[in-house]
Design a protein around this ligand. Structure first.
Ligand code: AMP
Ligand code: GLY
Length: 419
């Protein structure tokens, strides 16, 4: 199949690697891609968020499937335009992508679909924020109502810090104040074709910058999959997944279908398992990063067939995708200063010397034959093993070999599931 993958991160590198692993002779182009992707497939420097440009490029080059990685092209309406050009596209139209782009829209859909989520109040003034703080109490959760790449959220006991955060984002449009939900976090991805869904295997993301969940929120510093501890509360991981499909994913997808905004693409359910049950903290309209780096290597069903079936409304005819029981761990290497103000332009060394891991590039460029870091989250080291101890050992051994001045990574990814 001739496939165009839009995006430039480690997530897109993982998607392309999964497509190549099928060994099906796919012709893959990544746009704009990154230095790692350029070593595996053709990359084309076009603006992935320009709907007209992408649709013309896809049509002119006879792509049979367009896969949209990041949220920005979705919210810009790239999927709408490509779909209108008659090309199957994995990624929701702009209206359905509001599930991620507008937290207020997501909360309305959840309420109408009777999907379990925490209490939330939309605020446009400081007074409304203070009233919501009084209602919910500490810890305070304040979110920007719009795309903020995981950085628009604060969760803190410090009322003044929460108010400062709210004041900043009030000037940009509005905020959501939420009830604090306590429990383990789970990311569950589901392929959706507008009517049906197929779940992938759950993963856990590490959102805070520092070990022990300290420091600021980031886009994600590491992840692992599967989640063995789910079987302590459910009979099995499959029972947990079924509950999410029945009570969260399908009601949401059907509600969007009924509204005339069918959701075609990846429904990312960000969940917290509270004592009272599963609660949605957020939906995203795309694969998660870095969770994709640990979910897709375990996928045994060919990815291209699943993405095409979603893009063409044919998921209802397929069985659930199959996953290897292997443990997968990914650790993100971040530049000095990430997430506040990453230092870029420094050389990355040792990439040719690592063994037994896959490197998913994110913010890298090749300059005069050397890799340099061009952003905050530079790359993901991905390792698999028969158990988490083995996978972690490989990932952290590789990180010892990779050099990037001032860089940092978390040392506790998947620690609690390794023994
Ligand atoms: P979000 O961008 O909505 O995924 O939020 C980023 C992170 O903040 C989540 O992954 C959680 O760790 C935390 N968070 C968000 N909302 C809540 C909430 N209502 N209760 C507790 N933690 C939250
Ligand atoms: N890892 C969190 C996200 O992709 O939004």
């Amino acid at each position: 199949m001739k496939i165009l993958v839009l995006g430039s991160g480690a997530r897109e590198h993982a998607i392309v690697s999964a497509l190549l692993a099928e060994d099906a002779g796919h012709e893959i182009v990544a746009a704009p891609g990154n230095a790692g992707l350029a070593q595996q497939v053709e990359t084309v420097k076009i603006d992935a968020s320009d709907p007209k440009l992408v649709a013309e490029f896809a049509a002119d080059n006879a792509f049979q499937l367009v896969v949209i990685g990041p949220e920005a092209p979705l919210v810009a309406g790239v999927a709408d335009r490509v779909r209108r050009a008659g090309i199957p596209v994995f990624g929701p139209d702009r209206a359905a992508a509001a599930l991620e782009g507008s937290k207020a829209f997501a909360k309305r859909i959840m309420s109408e679909a009777k999907v379990p989520t925490g209490g939330a109040v939309q605020a446009t003034t400081v007074e409304e924020v203070e009233a919501a703080f009084a209602e919910f109490g500490a810890p305070y959760v304040v979110k920007a109502d719009g795309l903020a790449a995981g950085k628009g959220v604060i969760v803190t006991d410090d009322r003044e810090a929460a108010l400062d955060h709210a004041r900043f984002y009030l000037q940009q449009g509005g905020v959501l104040v939420e009830e604090f939900l306590d429990g383990q976090e789970v990311s569950l991805f589901l392929l959706a074709d507008g009517h049906d869904v197929l779940p992938l295997s759950p993963a856990q993301d590490f959102k805070r910058a520092g070990d022990g969940d300290t420091g600021p929120n980031t886009g994600g510093m590491g992840a692992y999959s599967p989640l063995p501890w789910l079987a302590e509360r459910w009979e099995s991981e499959a029972d947990f997944v079924d509950e999410v499909v029945d009570t969260i994913a399908l009601p949401t997808i059907r509600r969007l279908e009924d509204e005339g905004t069918p959701f075609v693409g990846l429904l990312y359910c960000g969940l917290i398992i509270t004592e009272q049950g599963i609660r949605v903290i957020e939906f995203n309209a795309r694969f998660g990063d870095p969770e994709t780096q640990v979910v897709l290597p375990r996928l045994e069903t060919p990815l291209s067939g699943l993405l095409l079936a979603a893009a063409t409304g044919a998921l209802g005819r397929l069985p659930y995708p199959a996953f290897s029981p292997d443990a997968a761990v990914t650790v993100v290497l971040a530049s000095e200063g990430y997430p506040e103000s990453p230092v870029t332009g420094r050389e990355i060394t040792g990439l040719d010397e690592v063994r037994d891991v896959a490197i998913a590039h994110a913010a890298t460029a090749l300059v005069d034959g050397r890799f340099v870091a061009t952003g905050g989250r530079v790359l993901s080291v991905v390792a698999r093993g028969a158990d988490f101890a083995a996978a972690r050992a490989k990932a952290y051994a590789a990180l010892e070999v990779i050099g990037l001045e001032g860089s940092h990574y978390r040392r506790d990814i998947a620690e609690k599931v390794a023994r």
